[in-house]
Design a protein around this ligand. Sequence first.
Ligand SMILES: Nc1ncnc2c1ncn2[C@@H]1O[C@H](COP(=O)(O)OP(=O)(O)OP(=O)(O)O)[C@@H](O)[C@H]1O
Ligand code: SF4
Ligand SMILES: [Mg+2]
Length: 331
Amino acid sequence: MSHPVLALHGLSKQFTTRQDLAARLMTRFGMARKPPVVRAVDDVSLTIDEGEVLGLVGESGCGKSTLGRIVAGILEPSEGRIEFRGQNVSSLSGRERDNANLARQIIFQDPFSSLNPRQRVGSIVGEAPRKHGIIKGDFDAYVCEKLREAGLDPALRSRFPHQFSGGQRQRIGIARSLAVDPEFIVCDEAVAALDVSIQAQIINLFMDLQEQFNLTYLFISHDLGVVNHLADRVAIMYLGRIVEQGPKTELFARPNHPYTQALLAEIPRISVRHKSFHAIKGELPSPLAPPSGCHFHPRCPHAMDICARVAPKLQEVAPGQISACHLNDKS
Ligand SMILES: Nc1ncnc2c1ncn2[C@@H]1O[C@H](COP(=O)(O)OP(=O)(O)OP(=O)(O)O)[C@@H](O)[C@H]1O
Ligand code: SF4
Ligand SMILES: [Mg+2]
């Protein structure tokens, strides 16, 4: 029996955005308006089992990265809790908290921005494990092993990040994450910036590492082809909320939510690989003022009266598949 490595319970994150000049002037003259608030993540609950890959997809700005950062422990949620290995991470402190944070790593789209240009690759990879006392034997041997695991030639460890290609730099980022012995990795568009042939190599690396180290992934991607290739289960996000979730094969074959159906309809079945979605009818509403009720109602071909009034709840529509749509309400 598999068991969840990670469980999110009612997770939300609000950002208060900067007021524009007009709003600041109104506040000054006593006509205070509340500063605009974005609910980037809105009451998200989900679990990820050990060794599983959960693909997270949705249009730009729907809250994927915010959720990924919260899961990786680099952003605090406004509400809700994260359980990692059965423990509420916010109740941990000291060494326990450090260990839980090290065990959850995040890999970004552009590793270059997070690699110190003046630091040699060997030191980039070895810094965190040395600081946290993870390296028991020889430092240099440890760094070489991690570079090798990420598919890099250890002989290049005294070079600087700019001396590597995009794909190699992503491997440096992966080696740096592996070096702290993670159990869970958030990949945030981790292959989006790479050429297709390099993408395939990095995807294969992620899959090999998963097997070798029994890793669990939250894999955020715009590319349904990539998700189709990698994920066991898929969660679809729309304006901060999970609208559908289920086993990949079932969800792709029988999408329940009209938004998922619209995403998949954009992609000719035959060439599901390497197709992003961006052509759903209607504009993506501003996350600052999401539509009432079901956020998708202004774009939904099946919208009914209730849709603008009541937010639909996630309910099971097939084994392991849940969807938030009033079309599933039993009358
Ligand atoms: N630090 C922040 N301050 C204010 N607003 C933020 C901040 N970070 C994210 N947001 C807002 O929260 C919403 C969700 O952003 P997020 O980056 O999580 O989306 P995303 O799904 O990852 O988008 P993309 O696909 O473009 O990467 C957006 O409206 C964004 O503008
Ligand atoms: S709840 Fe209504 S608007 Fe939302 S997806 Fe279902 S039918 Fe469409
Ligand atoms: Mg993002």
